[in-house]
Design a binder for this molecule. Structure first.
Ligand code: KIV
Ligand code: ZN
Length: 512
């Protein structure tokens, strides 16, 4: 019998905490929906007391998500635990996740507490949380640099006071697979009470060993793994969910353990998360990078054609990388379009469906075959439909060798039309400058511009992500078109709309 390993996803908490990975509420809800489709067991939706945004995220995700437990992080303090409890009130299955550091360096320099005080705090706060919520997880922060005897005492205390999950974080990504396995094995031996609870691991990737360390924890007896989609997280990130899930599924002979994750939803969850933070996967990223299943070298191709298993240890289909099938065409109706979306895992509201269908029809006029990848891109880019600020109404660019590029841009806002012309180093630069002339944004820096084709072929859709920065705030927008200049301008106008909206909400001020 294979052991069941629970997947605790912390993309919306530990992942979102990382610089450049912040998400607004709408984006967090979108990610939470993807996680529910993936069938993760627990979604850590935020750290309720840390900011109004985190509180709102925990409370909205609690209200919307029905098929997963929802957790909020809390320090060992009544105020933190109260905030987590309040934010989780609407969750079908709430979990309070409390933590305190247990390593000598953290206790001495960060907490300024003695080990005995940490033990006492653990006991009091786990008891307090347990009175509010039946599901309490306790994390011994920096566990892998803690004294083993002290760690065992803390774990014993937390269990005796009501914790039903004990998490062993490798907070600074310092441990090794052998060490992680023996920490878990030793805890099981030294603290017999571990028998009645779940042991969990939470590994950071500072030495590139987060996946290996998490899996070693499973071999040692951990039955929950904490991870994030695409491995987002502080510094070098957390263990990537996709790697943990696929390693257990590909090597049952080694792990004899599996999760309940629907692996065919991995690719679209990964795309959603990258889209939200305005990044794309490195080409060689395991499981979800563009080259992960490409067999370019002739020798490999020959082998794969003869028998896929020669070079393929898992199939692209098993992680939801579609075969780019042509699924709909010019004559497909709204009903068929909606059915195709549902098969791809998207349940859109009727307004969203109508606007996506309109864009689909426009696309059918430009592109002979519309594949499932195109449709997923249309859904990912549906934000541009809901924007009520500046809308791109028209553009014309002129560019050539050894001459400055020119762009004329027409935008519309509140029924009024604005037109500007600008010169630039290329057509995209000129177009962005013309947009700036119209909207006159507050001072920003250009953080990132990514352009990628959605599928193969000369008539492929181009997807563009632009990211702007003001101080610590990042603003992202996406554009999609068979014309990459148009996609770039769309993405840029949307990014500026997001920036302006935030600027207005702050009363015209952005703290830098
Ligand atoms: O890395 C860490 O120690 C954490 C804990 C709060 C679980 O994220
Ligand atoms: Zn962490």
């Amino acid at each position: 019998m294979k052991s069941r390993v629970k997947i605790f996803d912390t993309t919306l908490r530990d992942g979102e905490q990382a610089p450049g990975c912040s998400m607004n509420l709408k984006e967090k809800i979108e990610v939470a929906r993807r996680l529910e489709l993936l069938k993760v067991d627990i979604i850590e939706a935020g750290f309720a007391i840390s900011s109004p945004g985190d509180y709102e995220s925990v409370s909205s995700v609690s209200e919307i998500i029905k098929d997963c437990s929802v957790a909020s992080l809390a320090r060992c303090s009544e105020k933190d635990i109260d905030a987590a409890y309040e934010a989780l009130k609407k969750a079908v299955s709430p979990r309070i996740h409390i933590f305190i550091a247990t390593s000598p360096i953290h206790m001495q320099y960060k907490l300024r507490m003695t080990p005995e005080q940490v033990l006492e705090k653990t006991a009091v706060m786990v008891r307090y949380a347990k009175k509010l919520c039946p599901d309490v997880e306790f994390s011994a922060e920096d566990a892998t640099r803690s004294e083993p005897e002290f760690l065992a005492r803390v774990v014993k205390t937390a269990i005796s006071c009501g914790a039903n999950v004990i998490n062993i974080p490798d907070t600074v990504g310092y441990t090794t697979p052998g060490e992680m396995r023996s920490i878990i094995e030793r805890l099981i031996l030294d603290v017999p009470e571990c028998e009645g609870i779940e042991l969990s691991v939470h590994c950071h990737n500072d030495l590139g060993m987060a996946t290996a360390n998490s899996l070693a924890g499973v071999l040692g007896g951990a039955r929950q793994v904490e991870c994030t989609v695409n491995g987002l997280g502080e510094r070098a990130g957390n263990a990537p969910l996709e790697e943990i899930v696929m390693a257990m599924r590909t090597r049952p002979d080694i792990y004899n353990a599996d999760s309940a994750v629907d692996s065919t939803k991995i690719y679209s969850a990964s795309k959603t998360v990258f889209g939200v933070i305005g990044r794309t996967a490195p080409l060689n990223k395991p499981i979800i990078g563009a080259n992960a299943f490409a067999h370019e070298a002739g020798i490999h191709q020959h082998g794969v054609l003869a028998n896929r298993k020669t070079y393929e240890i898992m199939t692209p289909e098993s992680v939801g990388i579609s075969s780019n099938r042509m699924i709909l065409g010019k004559h497909s109706g709204k009903h068929a379009f909606d059915d195709a979306l549902k098969q791809l895992g998207y349940n859109l509201s009727s307004d969203e469906l109508s606007s996506c269908f309109d864009r689909f029809k426009v696309l059918c006029d430009k592109k002979k075959t519309v594949s499932d990848r195109d449709i997923e891109a249309l859904v990912r880019n549906r934000d541009s439909e809901t924007c009520h600020r500046y809308i791109l109404k028209g553009f014309s660019v002129h560019a050539g060798c050894q001459e400055a590029a020119t762009a004329v841009i027409t935008l519309e806002k509140d029924g009024k039309t604005f037109e500007e012309v600008a010169l630039g180093n290329g057509p995209v630069d000129a177009a962005f400058k013309a947009v700036d002339k119209i909207i006159n944004p507050p001072e920003y820096s250009f953080e990132n511009y990514v352009i990628q084709s959605v599928s193969e072929g000369k008539d492929s859709l181009g997807e563009v992500l632009t990211t702007l920065r003001i101080g610590e705030h990042l603003f992202t927008g996406r554009g999609l078109s068979t014309d990459v200049i148009e996609a770039s301008i769309e993405a840029y106008v949307l990014t500026q709309n997001n920036l302006l909206e935030y600027h207005e909400r702050q009363g015209g001020k952005i703290n830098v």
